[in-house]
Design a protein around this ligand. Structure first.
Ligand SMILES: Nc1ncnc2c1ncn2[C@@H]1O[C@H](COP(=O)(O)OP(=O)(O)OP(=O)(O)O)[C@@H](O)[C@H]1O
Length: 285
C-alpha cells in the first residue's frame, strides 16, 4: 500500500478556512532519500512539512505510514532562546517522548559531541548564537535516531561557518540511513544536500527535472532592500522563483538565481526601489 515508502501522501488538499493552500499533493519519501522543498514565501512549505510529520490534519486525502513505529524528527524554523541549558532542554524533550533516563543521558552526551557543542552544554540557551540554537533544534529532532528528519529552513540566519558545520552534520545523518525532507531557501545549499527537489507553486507540488549538474556551482545573488508590502507583492508576483527573508528590522533579502538576475534588477531600477546591498554568492562543493 505504501510501496516501501516511509511516508506517502495521496491527493492531499489542505485548506485554512475556505482558502486552499495545497491541492492534490502526492509524495512518497523512501528510506534513505533526501527531498528538498522549495517555493516562495507563503507557498505552503511549512504546511506540507507539518502534514508529513502529522502535526496538522489534512483537509482531504491520505497520509500513510510504512509502520506505526516510524520515528519522525522535526525541526521547526526557529527554536526560542529558552532559559535552560541545552542538556536541560533535551532531557525535558526526551522524557516527554518516553526515553529511559540512562539512554537519554548517554544520547544527549553523544549528540553534544556530534554537534561540537560539548563546551556549551552547561550554558543557558539565552546565551546561544543562532547557529548553536539551530544545532540544539537538530539535536532535539534526533534524540531518538529518526527514520525521517523533517527540517524547516535549517540554515536560515546562520553564518558561513555554522552553515558548513550543519551541512556536514546533515550529510553524516543522511549517510547513517535517515531520510531527510527539508524546506531550503538557498538554492546552493539545496544542491549541496543532493536530493530530489520539489517546488510548491500555486498549491501544487512540482518535481524539478533536468537540472544541469554544472548549475550546482552557478552563482546566485542576494539583494538587500526595504520595500512596502505593496512593492514586495508586486515584485514577488513578477518573479515566482525568487525567494526572500525579512529580518527583525524589516529589511528584505532576496535570493535571485542567475536566470532572473537581469530582469529582477531592471524591475528594481525602473520602479526606483532602493537597494541596500547586492552580493554575488558562490559556494564550493
Ligand atoms: N494556522 C494557519 N491558519 C491560517 N493560515 C495559515 C496558517 N498557517 C499558515 N497559513 C497560511 O498558509 C499559507 C502558507 O503558509 P506556510 O507557512 O506553509 O508557507 P511557507 O511556504 O512555509 O512560507 P515561508 O517561506 O514564508 O515560511 C500562508 O498564506 C499562511 O499565511
Amino acid at each position: 500500500m505504501t510501496d516501501g515508502a516511509l511516508v506517502t501522501l495521496k491527493d492531499i488538499t489542505k485548506k485554512y478556512g475556505s482558502r486552499a493552500v495545497l491541492t492534490d499533493i502526492s509524495l512518497s519519501i523512501k528510506h534513505g532519500e533526501c527531498i528538498l522543498l522549495r517555493g516562495r514565501n507563503g507557498s505552503g512549505k511549512s504546511t506540507l512539512l507539518r502534514i508529513v510529520t502529522g502535526l496538522i490534519p489534512v483537509t482531504t486525502g491520505e497520509r500513510l505510514l510504512d509502520n506505526s513505529q516510524l520515528i519522525i524528527g522535526y525541526t521547526p524554523d526557529q527554536l526560542p532562546r529558552l532559559r535552560l541549558t541545552s542538556t536541560e532542554y533535551l532531557t525535558h524533550m526526551g522524557r516527554i517522548s518516553g526515553m529511559p533516563a540512562k539512554e537519554l543521558a548517554n544520547r544527549i552526551k553523544a549528540l553534544h559531541a556530534f554537534f561540537n557543542l560539548e563546551q556549551s552544554s552547561k550554558l543557558k540557551m539565552t546565551h546561544f548564537s543562532k547557529g548553536m540554537l539551530q544545532k540544539v533544534n537538530l539535536m532535539q529532532a534526533t534524540l531518538k535516531t529518526p527514520n525521517l528528519l523533517v527540517l524547516d529552513e535549517p540554515f536560515s540566519g546562520l553564518d558561513a561557518e555554522s552553515i558548513q558545520h550543519l551541512l556536514d552534520s546533515l550529510k553524516r545523518i543522511k549517510a547513517e540511513g535517515t531520510s531527510i525532507l527539508a524546506a531550503v531557501h538557498d538554492p546552493l545549499l539545496a544542491n549541496q544536500l543532493e536530493g530530489r527537489t520539489y517546488w510548491i507553486r500555486q498549491g501544487k507540488l512540482i518535481e524539478e527535472k533536468g537540472e544541469q549538474p554544472q548549475n550546482s556551482l552557478a552563482p546566485h545573488f542576494e539583494l538587500e532592500c526595504i520595500l512596502s508590502e505593496e512593492e514586495l507583492s508586486h515584485v514577488s508576483n513578477q518573479f515566482p522563483d525568487v525567494t526572500w527573508i525579512t529580518d527583525e528590522h524589516g529589511r528584505i533579502t532576496f535570493t535571485i538565481l542567475k536566470n532572473d538576475y537581469r530582469d529582477f534588477l531592471l524591475e528594481f531600477i525602473n520602479n526606483d526601489f532602493e537597494i541596500i546591498s547586492l552580493q554575488r554568492k558562490e559556494m564550493n562543493a
